[in-house]
Design a protein around this ligand. Structure first.
Ligand SMILES: *Cc1c(COP(=O)(O)O)cnc(C)c1O
Length: 353
């Protein structure tokens, strides 16, 4: 019951952390020693606990598998030079997860389970937070339906979990993206703003077609006319156009990125002109042709700030000059410095464990 959400801990007898090579961290190759779990049953949250990382046993009639009633979050923990560990803006992820939960008719997650669960888990697995430049511990909270029932209806039972995994760079070099004008990621009234499983399943095929054509990722356009820029894969997308920072406004079809918000906040703080407004593919292409568009980059927790080197539209590859990456490089450095405690955390984004 909610007033006794004490987290029980069952520690692993076989820790694997001593085998972790901090100098050879790839993206999510292995998972930390422990995981957090809590169940929603009979209308209440119960039994939050930590146990050794391992496989689950699920009913074959699990509705998350059949109908995708499943949501997730993504955030990162960093090791500071003084050895302390901080998580970047976890309460923003907590709030957003409940926005996704509401859209998918899933129960509200109590703050004690999400935040206390996260803290206890990291206290146990803090050695999994790598301290080499460019690495961090990726944290994956998720919530999914657990009824044993294959009728289409909201589940009555759910499981909330957190697993963690050390990560290095998501993209090892500047990305090549293609403007998608046929397939659609999200539509007005749909689920684009929720971090829910099906959005990503639906994006795999168009992304694969782009990869087969030599690109890393897509730039999604609006589902109605395919004329407005929305976002890119699991990143929001931003441009430096006529010396202003331009990005699409959030809404039904765009994920409200925490990195996006952090970048906009810092840019405003620097006195930069910031425009959250619809940007058309035509305006972007004209900017690429005239040189008024100096930078394009993706922003997200997994990819941090990912500079874009090629934007393909209508069969033409537009190249962005490496020497133009002034803003995105400065932003990446500033965000990294804040996260590692090397620059002032003016906005109170670091949450210490
Ligand atoms: C998670 C995600 C982002 C980035 O959000 P952050 O909070 O910055 O990690 C952007 N777009 C999509 C579709 C996402 O799933």
């Amino acid at each position: 019951m909610e007033d006794t959400l004490q987290i029980n801990i069952n520690k692993t007898q076989h820790p694997r952390v001593q085998n972790l090579d901090y100098h050879d961290i790839q993206f999510a190759r292995e998972y930390s020693d422990h995981m957090l779990m809590a169940d929603f049953k009979n209308g209440a949250w119960q039994d939050p606990h930590i146990e050794p990382y391992g496989n689950l046993s699920l009913s074959p009639a699990n509705p998350a598998i059949h109908y995708g009633q499943s949501i997730f979050e993504g955030l990162k923990a960093y090791k500071h030079e003084d050895g302390r560990v901080s998580v970047f803006r976890p309460k923003a992820n907590y709030s957003r997860m409940n926005v996704s939960a509401k859209r998918m008719v899933m129960p509200h997650i109590p703050e004690e389970i999400f935040m206390d669960g996260l803290i206890e888990l990291l206290k146990l697995d803090y050695k999994w937070v790598p301290d080499v430049e460019g690495t961090s511990l990726y944290i994956r909270p998720f919530l999914f339906a657990t009824d044993e029932f294959i009728g289409v209806r909201p589940s009555q039972n759910y499981k909330f979990m957190i697993i963690t995994t050390p990560v290095g760079a998501y993209y090892s070099k500047p990305v090549r993206v293609k403007v998608e004008t046929h397939y659609t990621r999200a539509v007005k009234g749909g689920t684009g703003y929720a971090k829910t499983a099906g959005n990503y399943a639906a994006s795999l095929y168009p992304a694969k077609l782009a990869q087969d054509a030599g690109y890393d990722q897509l730039i999604w356009t609006d589902g109605q006319n395919h004329t407005l820029i929305e976002e890119s894969g699991t990143m929001n997308i931003m441009f430096i156009l006529n010396d202003a920072l331009v990005t699409a406004p959030t809404g039904d079809t765009i994920l409200d990125g925490i990195t996006r918000d952090s970048v906009l906040t810092l840019a405003k703080d620097w006195g930069m002109k910031v425009e959250e407004r619809p940007l058309s593919v035509t305006e972007m292409v004209e900017g690429l042709q005239s040189g008024a568009l100096k930078e394009a980059f993706g922003v997200g927790t997994a990819a941090t700030i990912a500079p874009i080197e090629i934007i393909a539209n209508d069969g033409i590859d537009y190249k962005l000059d490496e020497s133009g990456r002034e803003f995105s490089q400065k932003m990446l450095k500033t965000l990294t410095d804040i996260r590692l405690g090397r620059a002032e955390d003016k906005f109170g984004w670091n949450y210490f464990i």
